[in-house]
Structures are given as structure tokens and as C-alpha cells.
Write a protein that binds this ligand. Structure first.
Ligand code: TXD
Length: 316
């Protein structure tokens, strides 16, 4: 963190996750925040509403809303949540193409107006979209990183804490792989004050918590009936922005560009990443069991399928 510098965070997509990320960034006073969306008035309204919460919550971030990408000029971090939800009758591939077009347009604008920023992608399908963003932005891979593992691990951490009746603050975990059903949780790296949960819980309970994490997004969708999770996703994106802006060198699970690590090349997938002011400053390679390695490779296979879909559609 440079002394005296005011940082700027652009939340591109001011829907549920984007606005929630903006709120958490403001609460942590990470910098000034620009909410951007195609819907006229909505980002402006949310920015004003969040500004009016400032005196009560005691933050001094300046929040603005806009429909004009020129306003993201000079952003240090761009959090990209823009996209469309899947509509009835739409296949996964239809959604990928639609969101692929949206992300392509956004990346052109980020490259033009915030060429030195670090980009945190959130839009689904996360790993494929992050790869697309990396290709379209033309930024070094260090400055393009995807948010999913932070959320998946936060879910597992909260489930473990609830199960054991301990504070969430003392539960830590690492979740690898792509976002969704193909995630690869690592129970032996899931600890309570340093004690692996494999020593605290029977295998069937660990399996149940891992399964609940895998389906974590769906559980919320079912309860909400309309829309999907946004508090924890927003908090996770803000957590990554915090690690970057404050140069924390935090080890967080993030979608990063692999170039041979874990035996995978030229794909984005969730791995432990050291996040600091340069973005992805290091990718940590853990010793995995053969089953975990296979699961990670399966996960990467799914991501490659998505990338192929974008290539066939002429988007990549
Ligand atoms: O772990 C993760 N990565 C995720 C991902 C966790 C939760 C949500 N995840 C995905 O994030 C979700 O599947 C979506 O793809 C995004 C955003 O979810 P959110 O719940 O915030 O969706 P909303 O509320 O529909 O917001 C999307 C906004 C909406 O306001 C649109 O008007 C806007 O995106 N949008 C655009 N903004 C700017 N520019 C363009 N072109 C654009 N198109 C749509």
C-alpha cells in the first residue's frame, strides 16, 4: 500500500454481487469505488445509497455510479461481475456465449481505461470466463485472477465451524479445482487452530460437509427462489481486492493461469495463490494424492471444454 495514495476500485456489473462487493470494499475503506452497469440509474442509485450509509458505518470511501467506462479511468482493481443469469430454455453453452460477448466488451474497455489494473473476475462459468478475460485483456497473467475458491473455502469453513461449534475465525481450508461440482476440497489441509479436521471429525461427517460445500450455490438458490448468493460472493471478491491493494501476500485459493504447475498448461483453475500488489505473485504447488490430482485434471478438462465452446463460437 503506497502511503498517501487513494486507491480506486471499479465494480463492473452493479447487480447483487457487484454491489455487495462494493459495500464490503467501502466498509474496509480500500479506496474509492466506481459502480458500473449498463442499466441506467441503477449503479448511480446504489452508489448514492451506499454513500448515505457512510456516516453511520464510518467510512470515507467516495462511491460513484456510472454507465460510462471512461469513469473507471486509472482503477487499481476491477471486479468484474457483469453477466446474464441463465434463462429458461438456455443451455450452459448459450449462457457461456452470451456472457463471453459481455466479457469481451468489458475487457476492451478495461484495457483502454484501466490498463494497469488487476482484474478479479467473478462472472460464471468462472474459470472459462477468467481465461477469456486473460486472452482479451492482453495483461500479464499475474493481473488476471478469478474468484471462486475464496467463496468455496469460506463455505466449507463455515460448515466446519457450525459442525464443531467453534469460531469461524479459527477454521482454515484450501479448495482447489474449478467452481461448482468439480471443486477439489482438501480435508487434510482443513484445520481448526492448526489441527486437521481429519483428527476431529469422522470421515462420513467430513464427506457430508464437503458435499454441502460442492452444492453450496444451489442450496442458496433453492432457498432464495429468485436469484443466487451474493453476500459471501461479494465478500470473497472484496477479500481478494483487499489482499491486492494492501499487498498482503495472502495465500488464497483463486483461479490462476497455470503454465505447467500441477501438470496443467494454459488453463485457468483454482489453486493456492499468493496475492499481493502485483496480483498473483506466486502459485503454490501442494502435494496431492493421486485421487486429488485426477479430480483436478478432470476439473481442468471441464474448463477446456468451455474454452473449446468459446473458440467454436468465434469468441476466443
Ligand atoms: O463464485 C463465483 N465466481 C460466483 C459467480 C458466485 C456468485 C455469483 N457468480 C456469478 O456472478 C453469477 O453466476 C453471475 O455470472 C455473476 C453476477 O451475479 P449477480 O448475482 O450479481 O447477478 P446480477 O444481479 O444479475 O448482476 C449482473 C449485472 C446486472 O446488473 C446487469 O445489468 C449487468 O451485470 N450487466 C452488465 N454490466 C456492464 N456491462 C455489461 N455489458 C453488462 N451486461 C450485464
Amino acid at each position: 500500500m503506497e502511503a498517501g495514495k487513494r486507491y480506486k476500485i471499479a465494480c463492473i456489473g452493479a447487480g447483487n454481487v457487484g454491489a455487495s462487493a462494493a459495500q464490503y470494499c467501502a466498509e474496509m475503506e480500500l479506496g474509492d469505488i466506481v459502480l458500473t452497469d449498463i442499466v441506467e440509474g441503477m449503479p448511480q442509485g446504489k452508489a448514492l445509497d451506499l454513500t448515505e450509509a457512510g456516516p453511520i458505518r464510518g467510512y470515507n470511501s467516495v462511491l460513484t455510479g456510472t454507465n460510462d467506462y471512461a469513469d473507471i479511468e486509472g482503477a487499481d482493481v476491477c471486479i468484474v461481475t457483469a453477466g446474464l443469469p441463465r434463462k429458461p430454455g438456455m443451455t450452459r453453452l448459450d449462457l457461456l456465449k452470451k456472457n463471453g460477448e459481455i466479457i469481451t466488451d468489458i475487457c476492451e474497455n478495461i484495457a483502454k481505461h484501466a490498463p494497469n489494473s488487476t482484474v478479479v473476475t467473478v462472472t460464471n462459468p468462472l474459470d472459462v470466463i477468467t481465461y477469456l478475460a486473460f486472452k482479451k485483456l492482453g495483461f500479464p497473467a499475474e493481473r488476471v485472477v478469478g474468484m471462486a475458491g475464496c467463496l468455496d473455502s469460506a463455505r466449507l469453513r463455515s460448515f466446519v465451524a457450525m459442525e464443531l461449534g467453534v469460531s469461524m475465525k479459527i477454521v482454515d481450508t484450501m479448495v482447489l479445482g474449478s467452481h461448482g461440482d468439480d471443486m477439489v476440497p482438501l480435508p487434510e489441509y482443513t484445520t481448526v487452530s492448526g489441527i486437521p479436521i481429519t483428527k476431529l471429525l469422522p470421515q462420513d461427517r467430513i464427506d457430508a460437509l464437503v458435499e454441502r460445500t460442492r452444492k453450496g450455490g444451489g442450496e442458496i438458490v433453492q432457498l432464495l427462489k429468485t436469484g443466487s448468493a451474493y453476500y459471501a460472493p461479494g465478500a470473497s471478491a472484496a477479500r481478494m481486492a483487499q489482499a491486492i491493494i494492501r499487498d498482503e501476500k495472502q495465500l488464497l485459493p483463486c483461479a490462476a493461469h497455470l503454465t505447467g504447475q500441477y501438470g496443467l498448461d494454459d488453463v485457468y483453475i483454482g489453486v493456492p495463490v499468493m496475492l499481493g500488489k502485483k496480483g498473483v505473485e506466486r502459485i503454490v504447488e501442494l502435494d496431492l494424492t493421486d485421487a486429488q490430482k485426477d479430480a483436478l485434471h478432470n476439473s481442468a478438462g471441464e474448463v477446456r471444454e468451455g474454452i473449446k465452446g468459446l473458440q467454436e463460437a468465434g469468441i476466443l
